[in-house]
Design a protein around this ligand. Sequence first.
Ligand code: F6R
Length: 250
Amino acid sequence: MAIQLDIVETPDKVAQKAASIVANLIQAKPNAVLGLATGSTPVPTYKRLVQMHRKNGLSFAHITTFNLDEYVGLPESHEQSYRFFMHQNFFQHIDIPPEQTHIPNGLAPDPDQECEAFESKIQSAGGVDLWLLGIGHNGHIAFNEPGSSSDSRTRLISIAPETITANSRFFDHPSQVPRQALTVGVATILEAGKILLLATGKDKALAVSKAMNGPVSPNWPASALQHHPDCTFILDQEAASLMTFTHSTR
Ligand code: F6R
């Protein structure tokens, strides 16, 4: 069950590949369930999918989406909330009905109940067909920070200091970055039919190589993806620069 590797030249080509895989899935299954990520990495992929919607009529009308995570304490209207991000970068530009999009509510009065309900909604939708992921410098997937086990489920988590530093680029000051998030678990992600992890830039090279070639360990949560039967890493050359090729390349 090796992770499949797809190494392309540029971040734009990463987006091109990822968007065409998502579009093929939607064409084959118009009511597919998509798992989505925020962050900088998938933005060009969302742009391409929006173009496909506008130019080629790719329809999301029957698609259901689930996002990986949300900051605790930010209202939907906050421009750094993940709900706001998804609206700005994707949902407002396509034909998906808002009620078919699901993002954990970071203002839920009872976070544990919100997390349980989120898991139930994924189950009721029939599970995620394809989950699009990014990766943190410390190997996190969603907000599953180092220490997250491969049987973790959707839960409230404290964001690691290095992630707060990385994400402070989106805020005026590091002190404004929320300290907690609601995140799907590693096990939640592993239940998807297919997983596509996108990574670009040399600052992701170490995390990618630990995930792909290192032992499966909670120290590098993305390494749990080695247990998935259909997981592909789509990398640009910089993100792949520390890879050792003990796995098949295609
Ligand atoms: C986003 C998420 C995170 C990011 C990761 C990489 O919903 O869950 O795991 O995928 O932090 O972020 P970028 O793409 O901004 O480098």
